[in-house]
Design a protein around this ligand. Structure first.
Ligand SMILES: Cc1ncc(COP(=O)(O)O)c(C=O)c1O
Length: 348
């Protein structure tokens, strides 16, 4: 079993030094006379359009600190990360990753902030707006393959043949440490909510977490199960075309799936992260899939509430809409759902 013991205070101490760090808002939407939905809007995170900055930026900073410790034999204080000495050292480092869009933005932002370089592999299905944004962030962009998995293989091969540091947001046998840092970064989201709910004592009963490789859902689930005083039902939400976590759960082991390309591009991952799989297997979660049509409809419905996102960002809402009808027949506990808008609509 892979160990994942995150401390949200660590990424928080890093982000609190940045003026762009703010707790993302929770909004309440009245769905019906007896259902009020909590929405945490991660489209506003760090000015980067999605929650992914919390993972990629923190992991870049952590790996640079590790490098410092390796060279100088002493740990770097969090406050020392933004010094010229660190920039000078980081200038020899290049971070390489594959991305469906947002992870690349996160890694490129972190690398630029701390003086390192980045190289991002994008498959042909990634919208052109991401490439433009990455170039603005001074990343080198390489288009490779027709799927996320193909771009990932290219990034892995790159790191093997160059000195670049592979910073993938997924994990597989023998590759855990960088993705576990990324997931530690995401724990900030669940910790912000814990603090908010401790104050209001208004804990959600049902949590919907959309998943690609499962890093976000795994990190959130870990934190909810370990630190929220009132336990909700947790739903892992995947596209019908890419239910790799559901398939893994059913098989009892990490399992790849095959399927068409999904319009939920950031969730269109056919191989699960094994760290996420391990967490979810031990956390009593449920699995839901949403169709292309359901995610599209959810995007439009959120827009009517003034919340602008994409099918990937709206997938949790789509699952909530689907699930609320089955909840009506259960009604054994009060229904206080929460969903996450995981990106805004920076795809024009
Ligand atoms: C907007 C958005 N939502 C959800 C996810 C899913 O996260 P994960 O791949 O960690 O499951 C991603 C991943 O890139 C994303 O960009």
């Amino acid at each position: 079993m892979i160990s994942f013991k995150p401390n949200p205070q660590k990424p928080l101490s890093f982000f609190q030094q940045l003026t762009d760090y703010q707790i993302t808002p929770t909004i309440k939407i009245e769905i019906s006379s007896d259902i009020e939905l909590i929405v945490k809007n991660e489209g506003e995170r760090l000015g980067l359009g999605s929650f992914k900055g919390l993972g990629g930026m923190y992991a870049v900073a952590h790996l640079i600190s590790d490098q410092w410790e390796k060279i100088y034999g002493k740990p770097l204080e969090t406050s020392e990360i933004f010094t010229k000495t660190i920039r000078d050292m980081a200038s020899s480092l290049c971070f390489v990753c594959a991305s469906a869009g947002n992870h690349g933005i996160a890694v490129a932002t972190g690398a630029r902030l701390l003086g390192a370089r980045s190289r991002v592999y994008l498959s042909e299905s990634v919208p052109a707006s991401f490439e433009k944004d990455l170039l603005k962030l001074e990343a080198q962009v390489i288009k490779k393959g027709s799927t996320y998995e193909a771009s990932m293989e290219a990034a892995i091969a790159d790191a093997k043949h160059t000195q670049a540091i592979l910073l993938a947001d997924s994990s597989w046998p023998g590759y855990h440490y960088p993705p576990s840092l990324i997931m530690e970064g995401y724990t900030v989201i669940a910790d912000e909510l814990r603090r908010e709910f401790e104050q209001t004592d208004h804990w959600p009963s049902h949590v919907y977490l959309q998943a690609g490789v499962g890093g976000f859902a795994g990190a959130m689930t870990y934190m909810i199960r370990h630190s929220w005083q009132t336990q909700p039902s947790i739903y892992i939400v995947e596209p019908e075309y890419a239910p790799c976590l559901k398939a893994s759960h059913e098989a009892g082991k990490p399992t790849s799936v095959k399927g068409s390309i999904s319009s939920m591009g950031r969730l269109d991952c056919k191989n699960p992260s094994i760290i996420a799989f391990n967490i979810l297997q031990h956390s009593n979660v449920h699995y839901l899939t949403v169709s292309e049509k359901e995610a599209e409809a959810a995007t439009h419905q959120l827009q009517q509430h003034g919340l602008i996102t994409t099918p990937s960002g709206a997938a949790g809402y789509a699952a909530f809409i689907k699930n609320k009808f089955s909840h009506a027949s259960q009604a054994e506990k009060e229904f206080k759902p929460i969903i996450f808008i995981t990106e805004n609509n920076h795809i024009k």
